[in-house]
Design a protein around this ligand. Structure first.
Ligand SMILES: *[C@@H]1O[C@H](CO)[C@@H](O)[C@H](O)[C@H]1NC(C)=O
Ligand SMILES: *[C@@H]1O[C@H](CO)[C@@H](O)[C@H](O)[C@H]1NC(C)=O
Ligand SMILES: *[C@@H]1O[C@H](CO)[C@@H](O)[C@H](O)[C@H]1NC(C)=O
Ligand SMILES: *[C@@H]1O[C@H](CO)[C@@H](O)[C@H](O)[C@H]1NC(C)=O
Ligand SMILES: *[C@@H]1O[C@H](CO)[C@@H](O)[C@H](O)[C@H]1NC(C)=O
Ligand SMILES: *[C@@H]1O[C@H](CO)[C@@H](O)[C@H](O)[C@H]1NC(C)=O
Ligand SMILES: *[C@@H]1O[C@H](CO)[C@@H](O)[C@H](O)[C@H]1NC(C)=O
Ligand SMILES: *[C@@H]1O[C@H](CO)[C@@H](O)[C@H](O)[C@H]1NC(C)=O
Length: 345
């Protein structure tokens, strides 16, 4: 009988030891190995599971679970959804830190319960400014705005929006005046900023057509078509918009039916611009002479420009070049020589 009592007592002790047995998994909690679950703030599969899990791991810095696990089933990383810092939000990163301060807050999210982390940003007087700290002295022009922030000392005239389609490459980093030239970026990567202070300041880059997008993500300038006729340029997305380039005449190869092609204007002449349709461009459209001191004699064979009367030389064959010059420039020294001769006699 005594032996039986001793045995029962021993079994009871063993059972109670088993009930209080520490979990194999140091990151688990529970009364017995069969009820060892991941602790609050841990995720994964508890080592005490059958078959054994790979273990409970701490949630990424700043995050926690809303409580301990309630079973030995795997706890997904996504269970680490709560941020200790009530002014922060979990961005789902599996690498620490996963909590970032909410919009309107700055600092480092607190990594444990009760810690003080993200703090409220100052409210700027300038509605086109944004603060980076707790005081108005950290109010700078927002991304896409230029000028001098009203919150500066002395007060600035305020941040103004960049011309339509343009933006700064980020928010200002100090209260120093942000020049209009800081609005150098075009939202549309296929457009170029022409520096205009009045909207729109972005124009489609060479080889693109359309209206530049006025905001990030919008679709604006699109690539022009590649013309069969190398002396033509497209104004739109299809070859039906391929017209003779400026300085060329004839019928574009891309026309329907196909033309014989655009040909260069006779030397020294040009058209007043590119063709505006696929209709034949007459040779007579090559009416302009690059040289303002020359006249077009309508020859279809180069050169078609001759110096105006009173001018001599070779007409300039391209824009900007010098060509015909006034005869008087040659006549004057001659007249001077003649005058000196008369004086000598
Ligand atoms: C407990 O969690 C920590 C943090 O994730 C980890 O470094 C450690 O290896 C874990 N311990 C066990 C026994 O799995
Ligand atoms: C989450 O925020 C942290 C801290 O700011 C950052 O390092 C990480 O890249 C972010 N991850 C994602 C997926 O946004
Ligand atoms: C959240 O922000 C408020 C206002 O700035 C601050 O009083 C509070 O301490 C912040 N909470 C934490 C946990 O840091
Ligand atoms: C903010 O910018 C807009 C656009 O330039 C402007 O119309 C407005 O007056 C600015 N607000 C302030 C407070 O300066
Ligand atoms: C810039 O482009 C816009 C839009 O095409 C135009 O209205 C403006 O005159 C151009 N300004 C300059 C300085 O080129
Ligand atoms: C730039 O042009 C390419 C090619 O036409 C087009 O796919 C893209 O959408 C354009 N980008 C924008 C911002 O419009
Ligand atoms: C036009 O001028 C050029 C160059 O002077 C000359 O060779 C050509 O004969 C002229 N043609 C006509 C039609 O006058
Ligand atoms: C036109 O003639 C004037 C006077 O000789 C000269 O100054 C000018 O450079 C000439 N223009 C060209 C395009 O050659």
């Amino acid at each position: 009988m005594k032996t039986i009592q001793l045995l029962i007592a021993t079994l009871a002790i063993i059972a109670s030891v088993n009930a209080d047995a520490p979990c194999t998994d140091a990151n688990a909690t529970g009364g017995s190995v069969s009820t060892c679950y991941c602790k609050a703030g841990f995720y994964g599969t508890v080592k005490d599971a059958t078959p054994a899990g790979s273990g409970c791991a701490a949630c990424p810095t700043g995050t926690t679970t809303t409580g301990a696990a309630t079973s030995q089933a795997a706890i997904a990383l996504s269970a680490c959804s709560a941020c200790f810092d009530t002014n922060a939000t979990n961005n789902g990163s599996s690498s620490a830190p996963a909590c970032t301060c909410n919009t309107g807050y700055f600092g480092n999210p607190s990594t444990s319960s009760g810690g003080s982390g993200c703090q409220k940003l100052a409210t700027c007087t300038d509605t086109n400014a944004t603060a980076t700290g707790a005081t108005a002295s950290t109010c700078y022009c927002k991304a896409g705005f230029y000028g001098t922030v009203k919150d500066a000392t002395p007060a600035g005239s305020g941040c103004a929006a960049c011309p339509t389609g343009t933006t700064t490459t980020g928010a200002a980093v100090s209260q120093a005046a942000v020049a209009l030239s800081a609005c150098s970026a075009c939202f549309d990567t296929n457009a170029t900023n022409n520096g205009s202070s009045s909207a729109p300041a972005c124009t489609c880059s060479a080889g693109y057509y359309g209206t530049p997008s006025a905001s990030s993500g919008a679709s604006g300038c699109q690539k022009v078509a590649t013309c069969t006729d190398t002396n033509a340029a497209a104004t739109g997305g299809t070859v039906s918009t391929c017209y003779c380039k400026a300085g060329f005449y004839g019928t574009v190869k891309d026309a329907t039916p196909a033309g014989s092609g655009c040909a260069a204007c006779p030397t020294g002449t040009t058209t007043t611009g590119a063709a505006a349709s696929q209709a034949a461009v007459a040779l007579s459209a090559c009416s302009a002479c690059f040289d303002t001191n020359a006249t077009n004699n309508a020859s279809s064979s180069a050169p078609a420009c001759t110096c105006k009367s009173g001018y001599s030389g070779t007409p300039a064959a391209s824009s900007g070049a010098t060509g015909c010059s006034a005869d008087s420039s040659k006549l004057l020294p001659l007249l001077a020589l003649l005058f000196s001769l008369v004086l000598l006699i």
